[in-house]
Write a protein that binds this ligand. Structure first.
Ligand code: ZN
Length: 66
């Protein structure tokens, strides 16, 4: 009986070899593997994060002022 795995293995986009889901580099060809899109907020630039914070502050001020 196979052991259950929460993170199924993925395939290297460069050479097609199966690599562990948590690997950041292909063990076969050494190609960098793209991280999961789950952490999309990590791709935001500081400027985008700053604008988001400013937007939230302005929104909360507008709600309180009314
Ligand atoms: Zn590879």
């Amino acid at each position: 009986m196979a052991t259950p795995q929460n993170t199924p293995p993925k395939n290297c986009p460069a050479c097609g070899a199966s690599v562990p889901a948590n690997a950041t580099q292909c063990p076969e060809c050494g190609a960098a593997l793209p991280p999961k899109s789950k952490n999309w907020f990590r791709n935001l630039t500081p400027t985008e994060i700053f604008l988001m914070v400013i937007g939230l502050i302005m929104l909360s001020i507008g709600l309180v002022a009314v």
